[in-house]
Design a protein around this ligand. Structure first.
Ligand code: ZN
Length: 475
């Protein structure tokens, strides 16, 4: 009953407001707008809490420590919740950011001819025995048996599976190549010591791409294309990423590069030459080498988080599974392969690690779970009447900028002060926060618009707000 009364009062205020605010455009009465019920309101969401540090510590329990900033912040605002050592529930904000990241990855991979597949996580043991990796991978491989006693592992990578898949296609012509097959799926690795939250888990998302070419030259060309696509991806995310020469490790092959995001907590060490731009993982250099192998200039060492890795494989896998194509002379030949990984959950956590302050999350603009947070005035305050203007602004933005549908959130916890909710919004890192404060009572109303990444604050009318927000990039 109380709710009904306040709603009636709200409607009468709204009618006056929309009267005052309507410009030359078509007049709208919002009380009969079906969109009204579709506003995203914070109070009704499965919403992260802003936890205190001691509460965050108790979340991880005795099994885990808070080992880095991104882990602490992500737990604190409820982006992730621990499930078991090295495994986390990804909560709604994180899933939204992940979906956006996957869309950016899809755009970059499709731009170079990538085709998306989805291979089972359950990978038959015999495939891994064929390459001897059933033994080589040791305890990192999570193994299991089905009811018939057949052995499987939960795939950490899919060179075996994808090569067997391509080998099963008996009539591949050289004209069809290259094939660039990729997927974004869960991968598993039995880490001895999972740590750093999503940065080193036992279950995580990876984008893995596998290329099949008709000659070593064509395969090298494809290798270069994928490296360029990775560069483009990180530039779009606003992340400074360094491509370094790397060791081929257990994947094998003849050439390999890592994509490293410089960070103090990074577990990889690499050397960079400021003279010629040479960079390499220190594992690939001679012990205590301090001069650049390319120009003899001094090398400086840095720490990084490995967010991508590329390998030129040659025929290492295609020869085992007999992945062939028919060449121009009609003869069967082995495909030249490459494989290319991106740590999807890791990119997200690493971005938060390098962009955030000690207390506030900052996202790559494209990946922010929501682009805009609206903060109406506190209930019972002098500005309370402007609450309806905020609803009105919400609908106005949706109408003017349909690309922002689903991206605008209303912090309707109006029992709290504006300052208190602004602090939360700052912590969660919405790129844009819009407040209806004192100047919302002016005629025309002015809203306070915060750009979180630059710290800039401007006062704008609703038309000014939509013009301002029209520049927001949404993926
Ligand atoms: Zn150099």
């Amino acid at each position: 009953m109380k709710g009904l009364l306040s709603r009636c009062r709200a409607l009468s205020v709204l009618a006056i407001c929309s009267h005052q605010l309507s410009g030359s455009g078509p007049h709208r009465f919002y009380h009969c707008d079906p969109e009204r019920g579709k506003r995203l309101v914070l109070s009704r969401m499965f919403q992260p809490q802003n936890l205190r540090e001691d509460q965050v510590l108790s979340l991880e329990g005795t099994s885990g420590d808070l080992t880095c900033k991104s882990q602490r912040l992500m737990l604190q605002v409820g982006l992730i919740h621990p499930a078991s050592p090295g495994c986390y529930h990804l909560l709604p904000y994180t899933v939204r950011a992940m979906e956006k990241l996957e869309r950016v990855i899809d755009q970059e991979m499709r731009a170079i001819g990538g085709q998306k597949v989805n291979m089972p996580s359950l990978s038959p043991g015999e495939l891994w025995r064929a390459t001897n990796r059933w033994d080589l991978m040791g305890k990192e491989l999570l193994r299991l048996r089905d009811r018939h006693g057949k052995e499987y592992c939960l795939g950490p990578t899919h060179e075996e599976a994808v090569t067997a898949l391509v080998a099963s296609q008996k009539t591949v012509s050289y004209k069809q190549l290259p094939f660039l097959l990729y997927q974004v799926t869960r991968k598993f690795r039995d880490e001895p010591r999972p740590r750093f939250g999503l940065l080193r888990g036992r279950e995580f998302y990876m984008k893995d791409m596998y290329s099949f070419d008709s000659s070593p030259e064509a395969a090298q060309h494809t290798y270069g294309l994928v490296c360029e696509a990775y560069g483009s991806l990180f530039r779009r995310l606003g992340l400074r990423c360094i491509r370094v020469r790397a060791d081929v490790g257990s994947i094998g092959g003849t050439a390999s590069h890592e994509f490293q995001l410089p960070a103090d907590i990074g577990e990889d060490r690499f050397a960079v030459c400021s003279g010629c731009g040479f960079s390499a993982n220190t594992e690939t250099l001679r012990w205590l080498q301090t001069d650049c192998p390319a120009c003899r200039g001094p090398l400086t060492e840095a720490r990084g988080i490995e967010v991508g890795h590329t390998f030129y494989l040659g025929t290492k896998y295609s020869s085992i599974f007999n992945a062939q194509f028919i060449d121009a002379q009609g003869k069967p030949c082995l495909a030249e392969m490459g494989c290319y990984g991106l740590g999807v959950t890791r990119i997200l956590a690493a971005a938060i690690e390098v962009l955030s302050t000690e207390d506030c999350i900052r996202w790559p603009g494209l990946l922010a779970p929501y682009q805009v947070c609206l903060i109406p005035p506190k209930k019972g305050s002098k500005e309370e009447v402007a609450a309806e203007l905020m609803d009105h602004l919400y609908d106005f933005i949706m109408e003017a900028l349909p690309q922002l549908r689903g991206e605008v959130l209303l912090d309707d916890r109006t029992h709290r002060t504006i300052g208190n909710r602004l602090k939360d919004a700052n912590k969660f890192g919405y790129p844009f926060v819009i407040i209806a404060g004192k100047r919302a009572l002016e005629d025309p109303a002015h809203f306070e618009v915060w750009s979180q990444n630059t710290g800039e604050v401007v006062f704008l009318t609703r038309e000014g707000v939509t013009e301002f927000l029209s520049q927001v990039q949404v993926v």
